[in-house]
Design a protein. Structure first.
Length: 260
């Protein structure tokens, strides 16, 4: 929303600079550098509007009239305070409409994910947490478990429910280290269940993954699968305590003291 609002603010400024000189004609003459710059900015803004699909929902003539009335401080069609509410409501509705369109477009991912998880939890090896996270213990480690404040070093491989790999530290040949809470909620929950040395296969519902957001090749509302192996918890390492050594007593000195 902030990006769109900023875009429109710049758009208004661009229209003002052009409309202030020639309000009703397309045959504007660029008389100086300021005119040329105004026109160039207008073209750039138009391209941004098109890219954000705003060119079909905003009426440039009314935007221009609003700027003129605002600069003249009279003949308001809408009071400035009310205008802010109207503009905010417009962009909120725009975002809500976009969200609904995305939800409809990717609703198939939601349904496929739900069916996959329903079938998956019938497997007696699958355990399900209160949040809906599912996991299989491939290997149980004997080390300590990370907390939300820790960093972990681990190997992982992420796939979609169709088996397509979207990310893998294993394929890169190098484990990853990051904060427990720096990843999606389902991944965070999973690694806090695991002790060092453990290897789990984790099935993350879309609402515990990226939800309505896309991430690289991951479409919105995608259920994700991860193979995770905890290697280390660097933040839990304690410095080795070197035992204090007693000073050695010279044998001759000790004998002399005894004779005295």
């Amino acid at each position: 929303m902030k990006r769109i609002t900023l875009l429109c603010t710049v758009f208004l400024a661009g229209i003002l600079s052009v409309q202030a000189q020639k309000q009703t004609t397309n045959k504007s003459v660029l008389k100086n550098y300021s005119d040329s710059a105004s026109y160039a900015i207008g073209l750039d803004i138009a391209n941004n509007l098109i890219q954000n699909n705003l060119d079909s929902v905003l009426a440039s003539q009314h935007i221009a009239q609003g700027i003129i009335d605002g600069m003249n401080k009279n003949n308001y069609k809408i009071h400035p305070e009310q205008a802010q509410i109207v503009a905010q409501g417009f962009f909120m509705k725009l975002q809500q409409d976009k969200k609904e369109q995305e939800s409809k477009k990717y609703s198939v991912n939601i349904e496929k994910g739900k069916k996959f998880l329903e079938d998956n939890k019938k497997n007696p090896s699958v355990q399900v947490t209160a949040s809906g996270l599912q996991y299989i213990v491939i290997k149980e480690g004997t080390g300590s478990k990370p907390t939300a404040n820790d960093q972990v070093t681990l190997h992982y491989e992420g796939t979609l429910i169709d088996g397509k790999v979207f990310d893998s530290s294993i394929q890169r040949g190098e484990p990853a280290t990051f904060g427990v809470t720096q990843v999606i909620p389902g991944f965070s929950e999973a690694i806090m269940l695991m002790a060092v040395g453990s290897k789990y296969r984790v099935f993350i519902p879309q609402e515990l993954a990226y939800g309505e957001r896309a991430a690289g090749t991951i479409e919105p509302y995608s259920t994700l699968i991860f193979d995770i192996e905890i290697i280390d918890i660097p933040t839990q390492k304690k410095e080795e305590v070197v035992p204090e050594q007693k000073p050695q007593t010279d044998a001759k000195t000790s004998e002399t003291k005894k004779k005295k």
